[in-house]
Design a protein around this ligand. Structure first.
Ligand SMILES: [Zn+2]
Length: 76
């Protein structure tokens, strides 16, 4: 899987689930991300820049963005 050109993804890199506040990196998407199970009409927010999403309270998906997932961001 990879970036999606169509709405609401518009080829941007980061897909956030606004309901769960989990962010996915579509350039590193794993099957476990289940992007297509997110209700894209209501619950997808797209970000081109990672910092923007993090500032809005998103955390990384533990499959495609483990370095930004909950519990790891405060380590080391
Ligand atoms: Zn993911």
């Amino acid at each position: 899987m990879a970036r999606r050109l169509y709405a609401p993804f518009f080829a941007k890199r980061y897909a956030g689930n606004s309901e769960t506040k989990v962010l996915h990196d579509l350039d590193n998407e794993k099957r476990e991300c289940e992007i297509d199970r997110i209700d894209s009409r209501k619950n997808v927010s797209m970000f081109e820049w990672l910092n923007t999403a993090l500032e809005m309270g998103y955390r990384g998906c533990s499959y495609c963005m483990p370095e930004f997932s909950a519990g790891k961001s405060n380590e080391k």
